[in-house]
Design a protein around this ligand. Structure first.
Ligand SMILES: C[S@@+](CC[C@H](N)C(=O)[O-])C[C@H]1O[C@@H](n2cnc3c(N)ncnc32)[C@H](O)[C@@H]1O
Length: 223
């Protein structure tokens, strides 16, 4: 496993990718949760100024492509580390939508694009998997290099009931194996955003004081 290949990244096989696609539609709870995430993402894109070019990274199976494609003249680039996720995205989305999106495989640590090449990087459900601060900083710095203007990213933060409950469960776990997902303290991640050269434009909570999901909109500080 190379230095920048994280253990969690290897789990997105074809079977897992198909399951991931169906997961968000499986139960009423999941459908409501997906609806709320789409709503938060739409608000984030509006706060980012309705960017004309967007890199959806990681795009997974294209859950947010219909939302991104709502702006008719938007250029949509989409990338993911997992070829399987990209293959499922090609299978499950309609041709009219696929015609709008340019997908390619890549790691968030090493985006094969020049400096300042898109208006916005749209990064849903990646950072809560990135447990090491040095890895988060490397990804944030790569985003800072590639975006011209803004980034939207979602992750799990503290300061709510679910995070407290998770903390208690973690404390009780005797068998401490590899941790796949983590809650990051707001003050820690917000400092890391600054360290990578971003200022916070705003944020949206999934359900304030209850749920862990928070979506931040960041603006590149060119200095
Ligand atoms: C939880 S899924 C989120 C997918 C999509 N953003 C969504 O919300 O539906 C996490 C995704 O991150 C991708 N991934 C894992 N490690 C990555 C890396 N180093 N660079 C880019 N993508 C990565 C996985 O392949 C997977 O598609």
């Amino acid at each position: 496993m190379s230095k920048r290949e994280l253990e969690f990244s290897t789990k997105y096989t074809l079977k897992h990718s198909q399951q991931y696609h169906h997961k968000h539609q499986k139960t009423l709870g999941r459908r409501i949760s997906n609806w709320r995430e789409q709503q938060m993402a739409a608000r984030a894109l509006a706060l980012a100024g309705h960017p004309a070019s967007v890199l959806d990274l990681p795009c997974g199976t294209g859950r947010f492509w219909p939302l991104l494609a709502r702006k008719q003249d938007r250029t949509i680039l989409a990338a993911d580390n997992s070829e399987a996720m990209l293959a499922v995205a090609q299978e499950v989305n309609p041709p009219t939508l696929l015609a709008r999106v340019k997908p390619f495989p890549c790691s968030a640590f090493d985006i094969p694009m020049g400096n300042d090449s898109v208006d916005h990087i749209f990064c849903m459900r990646l950072l809560h998997h990135i447990t090491q601060p040095k890895d988060r900083l490397a990804i944030l710095k790569e985003f800072h290099r590639v975006t011209r203007d803004t980034v939207a990213l979602s992750l799990w933060v503290d300061g709510n009931y679910k995070a407290l409950r998770r903390q208690k469960l973690e404390a009780r776990r005797t068998h401490k194996s590899y941790q796949n997902r983590i809650v990051i303290e707001r003050k820690v991640i917000e400092r890391e955003f600054g360290d990578a050269g971003f200022v916070i434009t705003g944020h949206f909570d999934f359900l304030k004081f209850y749920a862990m999901w928070r979506l931040y909109v960041l603006k590149k500080n060119p200095s």
